[in-house]
Design a protein around this ligand. Structure first.
Ligand code: AMP
Length: 603
């Protein structure tokens, strides 16, 4: 299957080619024809499967470029996702003249948003709260809307946005197309789909269970911008004979091969643009140890059978478990041992879990080799080469020179050896421990712990990140969910919206998460009283964010957030209702004075 077979218009095909996409991902192959035909769609897909292009490309194809009013609206749970999706639209529409996309999310100034809205955009990507705000103010008009996309619908549900989403859906014209994507399908999401989607096609990329043996599998959690650095460390720190690195696009194969080449690796790329002769030549050189590292796309590496490959690096996460199994199967050939390493960004966590479940094997978390480890390996490699040279070469000519220089330079053997070593290691310096600073695991927004499977209707995994039982020995059928303590200091804050205004804990989480850009995992217990509520938040919220939160409205009430001084003790005697987060830590947790609240767990 190719993109041109999908009948996308020429400007979009050109953009996709220029981005280096070779073939549509499984979700794209399934979703694009349906959406192009104007049908509604319910897609079960996680981040990393290529779902953004799966809806963006066909909806862009149906856009009327002469109209400058919102025709496509995408609702996303977080500002990061909204920005990412808006950027994806911009990239795919780069050859569509007069195209405009506008991200709208909480925490951004209204003045700028209003200016951009006045200028006009065909595509709006926003978080539900802010979109609803603009609808209420009359600054966003949806009467020309042709399609609405709910991206990460289960995440919007979890963050308490689902009523807002319903209200927005109700404000869209009757005949619009609806596409809904969700990693899981809890009943509330199904209910929305039933209410708003017409004869919707449901697409689920099945993860076939397959087993992989003899291959040790590990993953590293990192941000995309840390990948190249991480790659070079893995290549230095791991033992391997030959390695294959998997990326998504042909442009990435070239770019990474070039960068590794510049760092001295014997490397070549393998992608769909190469003709058969080139491809065969590359494989011959790999077999003959003229190259040790191959950077490839899935399609180009299909069926590759080279015994030397002992390390597979998934630089970009594969679209599904099947692709993963194909990839790692490039190692462990002919009964040998093999290793596979997967780079995962926080947003792709779910996909990692799906792969683990489908392959019925845990993928162990690994840490990247430190500067000390790399330094040690370089020293050992050098020493081994030195030992070989002493053993295998006739050095008498050089020994004579040394004897001569020792006298002429009036120095010692140790000094001579040290100076020669210094000169010999210049291309691959040995004293490098400090040049490799620690790569920290990202804790950005979006780095959310997995929620337990039960409520989200997903099959429970047998192990949980962070609390994984040992590989061998007695593994409980279901490991307990990690209940980590929230770190750092927390304060209890009072906000001026309560039960009498109809507020629910989810509304508060959603508003604070988006307006203050605080990951919902850092939002502690919420207690709802009649006239106000309390919420636990990190004590070090910057002043400007605090000031901004004062002005945020929830259920038409200004939050006017303040540190809770206990002045509400009187009202506290009244039993708070719905006192915890929609899903939360055990009752009472976190309310002990001075104690850090429990880290919230997911529903
Ligand atoms: P998503 O699952 O939508 O977050 O996409 C994940 C990543 O895959 C993004 O970086 C996309 O640019 C990339 N991507 C999506 N579709 C393709 C494709 N058909 N070929 C190569 N890369 C793709």
């Amino acid at each position: 299957m190719t993109f041109s077979q999908l009948m996308l218009p020429e400007p979009l095909l050109r953009a996709v080619t220029e981005l280096g996409y070779e073939t549509p991902s499984p979700i794209q192959a399934a979703a694009i024809p349906k959406l192009l035909a104007g049908e509604d769609l319910l897609g079960q897909a996680q981040t990393g499967t290529g779902k953004t292009a799966a809806f963006a490309l066909p909806l862009l194809a149906r856009l009327d470029p002469s109209q400058n009013e919102p025709q496509i609206l995408v609702l996303a749970p977080t500002r990061e996702l909204a920005i990412q999706v808006a950027e994806a639209f911009q990239a795919y529409a780069r050859f569509m003249p007069a195209f405009h996309v506008l991200p709208l999310y909480g925490g951004q100034s209204y003045t700028n948003q209003l200016k951009s809205l006045k200028r006009g955009s065909q595509v709006i990507v926003g978080t539900p709260g802010r979109i609803l705000d603009h609808l209420d103010r009359g600054t966003l008009k949806l009467d020309k809307l042709r399609a609405i996309v709910l991206d990460e619908a289960d995440e919007m549900l979890r963050m308490g946005f689902i009523d807002d989403v319903q209200t927005i859906m109700d404000a869209t014209p009757a005949g619009r197309q609806v596409a809904m994507f969700s990693a899981t399908m809890p009943s509330q999401i199904r209910a929305i789909a039933q209410k708003h989607l017409k004869n919707a096609h449901e697409i689920k990329i099945e993860s076939k269970t397959s087993t992989v043996e003899r291959i040790s599998q590990r993953y590293v959690m990192l941000d995309s911008n840390q990948k190249l650095d991480a790659l070079t460390r893995v290549l230095e720190g791991e033992e391997y004979d030959a390695s294959i690195i998997f990326v998504r696009t042909k442009s990435a194969t070239e770019e990474i091969a070039e960068k590794l080449g510049a760092r001295g690796y014997a490397v070549a790329c393998l992608n769909g643009d190469m003709n058969q002769a080139n491809r065969e030549q590359t494989i011959r050189r790999l077999k003959a140890s003229q190259i040790d590292v191959i950077v490839a796309t899935d399609v180009a590496a299909r069926g590759l059978d080279v015994e030397r490959i002992s390390l597979v690096i998934n630089y970009d996460i594969p679209y599904d478990s099947e692709a993963y199994v194909h990839r790692i199967g490039r190692t462990g050939r002919a009964g040998r041992e093999g290793k596979a390493i997967l780079f995962v960004s926080p947003r792709e966590r779910r996909l990692l879990r799906t792969i683990e479940v489908a392959t019925r094997q845990p993928i162990e978390k690994m840490s990247l080799p430190t500067g000390e480890v790399i330094e040690q390996r370089r020293i050992e490699t050098f020493r081994a080469t030195l030992a070989n040279t002493i053993e295998a070469k006739n050095l008498s000519f050089f020994q004579d020179l040394i004897n001569d220089w020792r006298e002429k330079l009036e120095t010692t053997d140790a000094d001579l050896a040290a100076a020669l070593l210094f000169m010999a290691q210049k291309d691959q310096p040995l004293n490098v421990a400090k040049q490799f600073p620690e790569i920290r695991e990202p804790h950005a927004r979006g780095d959310r712990p997995d929620r337990p499977a039960e409520r989200s209707g997903e099959r429970p995994a047998r192990f949980e990140r962070g609390d994984r039982p040992e590989r061998s020995g007695d593994r409980p059928e279901r490991a307990p969910r990690p209940r980590r303590e929230m770190q750092g200091n927390y304060n209890t804050y009072r906000i001026e919206v309560g039960k009498e205004h109809g507020v629910r804990a989810g509304d508060i989480v959603g508003a604070i998460a988006n307006e203050a850009n605080i990951d919902s995992q850092f939002i502690g217990n919420i207690k709802l009283f009649d006239h106000f509520s309390t919420v636990e938040l990190p004590a070090d919220i910057p002043t400007e964010i605090f000031q901004h939160l004062k002005k945020v409205y929830v259920r038409k009430q200004k939050l006017n957030i303040s540190v809770d001084t206990g002045s509400a003790a009187g009202e506290r005697t009244e039993r708070p209702a719905g006192e915890r987060r929609p899903s939360s830590a055990p009752a009472g947790a976190g309310s002990r004075p001075g104690a850090a609240p429990k880290r919230r767990t997911r529903e």
